[in-house]
Write a protein of this length. Sequence first.
Length: 425
Amino acid sequence: MAKRIYIDMDGTLCRFHDAEHKYIEQMWEKGFYINLQPFEEFVKAVSLCIDRNADTEFFILSAVLDTEPPFAEAEKREWLHRHLPQLSDGNMLFIPAGTDKSSLIPDMSSDCILIDDYNKNLSEWRIQGGTAIKFINDINDRGLGAYGGEIGNIWDGERVRYNDSAMATCLRIERLSGIKNTIEKENAFYGFSDDVLPDQFLELLPSYFSVRQTHDTHLIQELYRKGEGFFDYESVSAHSRNFVREITTDKQNGQLALYQRENNLNDAMMNCLDTCYTLSRAYAISLNKMTGWMIASIRQEHLWQTYPVTCSNLQSYISKQLARDTRLTVLADQIKAISTQINKAESRVYLPASSDVEMDVTSGGVQKSVLSDWCRQMKTLMKDYSDEWRQLAGTEYPNILFGNGQIKYQKYADTQKTSRTIHQK
């Protein structure tokens, strides 16, 4: 039977109570769960465990009060998608508060591991034959009752702590869960220094992607010369990846090869780079932009909470950036098209041609009134588009024009006034 690790949410992955029970009144307010702060090192540790142990199943096992509004579970799922994007919805289990968590597991054994901050849940789990590990947050395990057990009741089993480093916690979870430690894991350099890739590695990213792109281009051209096409870009990219691994021993790429040897840059990081590169080619993203995204994702913690960089996190982030850029392109096209239409319409209102004047006279001014109303509606629509642009891009839309027919008219009027003044003199 494969190992299965079940992880509690409130008070374990996220800070449900920082002090006392000050959140109780807010639990029924929309936005409460989605904005809970994570125990960052522990969340990183769980992410590492997931990425290091493909043959182990990971589940979230969290309670929801019957009296809570329906959006509570939805917000919890969204929280998990943000902080642990590797998990699917099917691996997120929610039960009524007060339910014995072990009752949900039909084939309970020591291979079923629960990590929870609440003694009662852990005790019930252990009685049924499962492996129980207590998560020590910053307020429980003090023998004070109310949260974590009866007064004086300190957990007597295994535990992990919220303030230990992500890698140390990950290794401890693996050991306590009885997960086999392989040679690949021993040699895997997941942590790097302070869980952040060093500057010398970042400097190599542009040259790495350039080598890949050059080889890919040559390979594709060679396939076409032989009369062969390709339908699966990933297969081409995999061929390129192997090529790069081979030439890293060459003098021309000695710096990258040296870094790989000294820092044990293993398959996990190579797969991460491969995912990044494959996505860039598959979606026709410039390599400069891709490199910039990756460097930003490594250096700025707010882009995602799990370190070190993993394939799943990288792909999730790039997908979001692709969706953002696509939407910005659509908004730009819409803004430009509407601006052009408004300019033409306002020109007919403020600087009409003779045919427009004749038509407006015969229709009793209806045409000008309809065009003016239409312009106002379009300006409102374009303001909505520009507001969305500002929100997504974090900047104003460049050279935005809400129709300049009125400006042209004002300039025309000022010119006419100046001409009459000169003529009178």
